[in-house]
Design a protein around this ligand. Structure first.
Ligand code: LAC
Ligand code: ZN
Length: 466
């Protein structure tokens, strides 16, 4: 009898669970990648497996525990912090075959989904029932429900509807030892003990593998309108936001701020076609309203824009004239790919701070960035109404030392502003070193205690966050 290497025995056991067609090994692993932006870069992993049910995920983890096999779960691979990066000895569990929308309950206004459902497919399916799942972001065409929950994704409507966490009613999770924790109730209210799902929402794959979820829905809006507004000073932007919150109340569903140079780059790609407003002012606001009466809602938006103009809160504004134009306006903001294409080596930031301090913070770091010769450009924009600003910073060198210099520059002032190093993208690998700028040592110790209690062998997404 010849001794089989340990990894072969392990893979044989996995193959018994899933069948040959649901596991990639050897050279076929390299056909995959760890991120949607690195499709040409071969994946490093022991194997990639494609479970089709929670039961299969559980059986995989039982075998992984037996062999002390670390795993990384792959959803849509659109994260921004290296959370789906792998090492050659890790097993990748891809959720793409668990992609069924199992039930839309129009009375409870809930949907039961498998973790591999793509966000945009979810949006379309519930829309057919006159319902809406409000979490949305640029990566919605690839991102999956499991990843959205595992990262507590934010996006474009957070100030109105909250983060993903607000929309998860029930969750099913497989723990590192294969235990299935299934709580798929459609309940808004459930105070029967600790709210365990919160341990997994935003845990970036470190605490359990999300397999199914019950999400809360709301009635779809019957109308949606979008305006692009030019504003000269940050004080006016704040005034504009306050006025719109007061005048529109719940109808205000989007308020994105774009700094002048970034706006210029965003519309640059249009080559003059379909430019909402010419570049001239310091700030551009992309504002969305939602409501129930298409004719009245548009009139209201136009009315409040006139009022805001009279109050001296804006220089110029334009309202999208059709659904098509509206989608076009949002794509200008959402497609950051061509901003990335303009970068030599790009770093992405999603800091969070009190709205009143954003301008001061951006001035402080801009001054410092301008003094670094290797920084050739940077873009500033973000979900201003919830305090989340994005920066894409480009440098010409691309080595670790310049990256860390830029990280340090962006993150180190945040404690004095009462800010966070990550509003929505999470920590993953890329921000691990800076966690202490956001969290106290006591908080980090408690996080680590929870992690080691739930996953004592550190099998789930090892090395991420902590
Ligand atoms: C956005 C993503 C990158 O807001 O968070 O575009
Ligand atoms: Zn964002």
């Amino acid at each position: 009898v010849i001794d089989q290497p340990k990894s072969n025995m392990f893979l044989d056991q996995i193959e018994m669970i899933l069948g040959k067609e649901n596991i990639l090994t050897g050279g076929r692993v390299a056909e995959r990648s760890h991120h949607i932006w690195c499709l040409g870069q071969p994946l490093q992993a022991l194997a990639v497996v494609f479970p089709r049910s929670t039961q299969e995920v559980s059986e995989i983890m039982t075998v992984c525990k037996e062999h002390q096999q670390p795993v990384v779960v792959h959803g849509g691979m659109t994260n921004m912090v290296g959370s789906t990066e792998t090492k050659g000895n890790e097993l990748v569990i891809s959720m793409e075959k668990m992609n069924k929308i199992l039930e839309i309950d129009t009375v409870s206004m809930t949907v039961l989904v498998e973790a591999g459902v793509i966000i945009e497919n979810l949006h379309q399916a519930v829309d057919k029932e006159g319902l809406m799942f409000p979490v949305t972001y640029g990566a919605k065409g690839s991102a999956q429900v499991g990843g959205m929950i595992a990262t507590n994704a934010g996006g474009l409507r957070v100030f109105r509807y909250g983060m993903t966490r607000n929309w998860v009613l029930g969750l099913e999770v497989v723990l590192a030892d294969g235990t299935i924790i299934s709580s798929l109730k459609k309940l808004v209210k459930d105070n029967s003990g600790l709210d365990l799902k919160q341990l997994f929402i935003g845990s970036e794959g470190t605490m359990g593998i999300i397999t199914r979820a019950v999400l809360k829905l709301r009635l779809a809006s019957k109308s949606r309108n979008t305006a692009v507004i030019a504003v000269e000073t940050y004080a006016q932007v704040v005034g504009l936001l306050q006025y719109m919150v007061e005048a529109l109340e719940g109808a205000l569903t989007g308020f994105e701020l774009i700094w002048k140079d970034t706006y210029a780059a965003m519309i640059g790609v249009l080559q003059g076609k379909g430019v909402p407003l010419p570049v001239g002012s310091q700030f551009y606001v992309l504002m969305e309203t939602s409501g129930t009466d298409p004719a009245m809602d548009r009139e209201l938006l136009e009315h409040v824009l006139v009022k805001a103009f009279e109050k001296g809160l804006m220089q110029d504004g334009t309202v999208a004239g059709s659904d098509h134009e509206q989608q076009h306006f949002w794509r200008i903001r959402e497609d950051v790919d061509h901003l990335v294409a303009m970068c030599s080596h790009d770093q992405h930031f999603d800091v969070s701070l009190p709205i009143s301090l954003i301008d001061q913070y951006i001035s402080e770091i801009s001054e410092k960035l301008n003094k670094i010769p290797e920084v050739d450009r940077y873009f500033v924009y973000g979900h201003m109404a919830d305090g989340n600003i994005h920066l894409i910073v480009s440098n010409t060198v691309g080595n670790l030392s310049i990256k860390e210099k830029i990280n340090q520059l962006i993150y180190s002032p945040l404690p004095k502003y009462g800010g966070s190093i990550s509003a929505e993208h999470g920590i993953g690998l890329h921000k691990k070193r800076y966690l202490s700028y956001s969290r106290s040592s006591e908080e980090i110790a408690l996080m680590k205690l929870l992690k080691t209690t739930i996953d004592p062998s550190n099998l789930l997404n090892p090395g991420k966050i902590f």
